[in-house]
Design a protein. Structure first.
Length: 351
């Protein structure tokens, strides 16, 4: 890790003052990410909810939002985002398609047919979702994207009592060069008469109720869809591929669930089985040091760390020296970024 170029980055709970910068960030996301709409009121509502949930003594686990931003302290700019959503589908229905196989046979014809189907389900009701992962292209280097993705798992490790034992993530589905979804064009558009971009925006701003109202409840036979649509079912967007690989390394698995809009894959795992959660440790800050004074060996031992303080939640990545009795020494820059002092507890996980 190039600490000189990345120690200025801090991940923290989003604040009301981030509104305009988040609107700018969401404008760069493009289609297919309903959790980051280019709608001011939606962002106001999301930030208000997130701030309340970060400061709530007892979680409701009913649509709770923990939205975080990555800030570059050197430029005072928001350069990325990530979030955890608890109690999915309890506040309003959450829909997925589940791939299934129907087998039929005829003795007279001596023929057996295996037909693939899509069933509309609410199987993720009550679970925890990780999402809203986005990083400006300029910062997609030096492992920063991996740091941003794993920060959500460190939040789960810090406060497991606030989340369900099952965790899932929806990956953006495949779009063509014009940001059109072959899956939506072959299925959803026929029932809603809306472009993918319009349907995506409505769901982001107003929720999924229109899906419940208009989407057919009967199984969809894949053979009736276009070849282009069938080929992208369960296929992540090219920009989501790196995040998809990180999730697989963390223990997430694809089990046939896909997004109802673009057919992107949904992956899931048990919270306790997430690698970052299993590997994280609670330690005490014993001292700080100047990064420039470390030798090459110590610089290579980089950690993601949090201050474990829900009401002022902050994370960074930095070199760290393990001491005796579960104590550590971290850089002065990291201690300032986390707003920690000697004697405070922090949670760490090796990069």
């Amino acid at each position: 890790m190039n600490t000189k170029n990345t120690e200025s980055l801090v991940i923290r709970a989003a604040e009301e003052s981030d509104l305009d910068r988040l609107l700018e960030l969401s404008a760069m996301v493009g289609s297919g990410m309903t959790s980051m709409p280019t709608d001011r009121q939606s962002w106001i509502d999301k930030l208000e909810r997130s701030i309340k949930d970060f400061n709530r003594e007892q979680p409701k686990k009913n649509g709770d939002i923990y939205f975080m931003v990555m800030e570059d302290l050197e430029t005072d700019k928001i350069v990325g985002s990530g979030a955890v959503y608890a109690g999915i589908g309890l506040h309003r229905p959450f829909y997925s398609y589940k791939l299934a196989t129907l087998t039929t046979s005829s003795e007279k014809l001596d023929l057996t047919i295996h037909t693939r189907l899509l069933n509309l389900v609410n199987d993720f009701t009550g679970t925890t979702e990780i999402g809203s992962l986005f990083l400006l292209p300029k910062y997609r280097r030096d492992g920063i994207g991996k740091f941003l993705s794993r920060s959500r798992f460190l939040l789960l490790a810090d406060f497991p009592e606030r989340f369900d034992e099952r965790v899932f993530a929806e990956m953006r589905g495949w779009l063509d060069e014009d940001d059109n979804s072959p899956f939506w064009d072959a299925l959803g558009r026929k029932f809603f008469g809306l472009s993918f971009q319009k349907a995506d925006f409505i769901s982001a701003v107003d929720g999924f109720q229109f899906i419940s109202d208009l989407m057919p409840k009967y199984p969809v036979y894949l053979d009736l869809l276009s070849k282009e649509a069938q080929e992208v079912i369960g296929k992540p967007h090219k920009d989501a591929a790196p995040a998809f690989n990180i999730l697989k390394k963390e223990g997430f698995r694809y089990s046939g669930y896909v997004d109802i809009f673009d057919g992107g894959p949904s992956v899931q795992t048990a919270l306790k089985n997430i690698k970052t959660v299993k590997d994280s440790k609670d330690v005490t800050l014993a001292s700080t040091f100047n990064t420039a004074d470390l030798d090459a060996l110590e610089k290579s031992q980089s950690y993601i760390m949090s201050n474990s303080q829900l009401h002022n939640y902050r994370m960074t990545r930095s070199p760290l020296i393990r001491l005796e009795n579960k104590t550590v020494s971290i850089s002065e820059v990291a201690a300032n970024a986390l707003q920690l002092k000697t004697g405070d507890t922090l949670k760490i996980v090796k990069e």
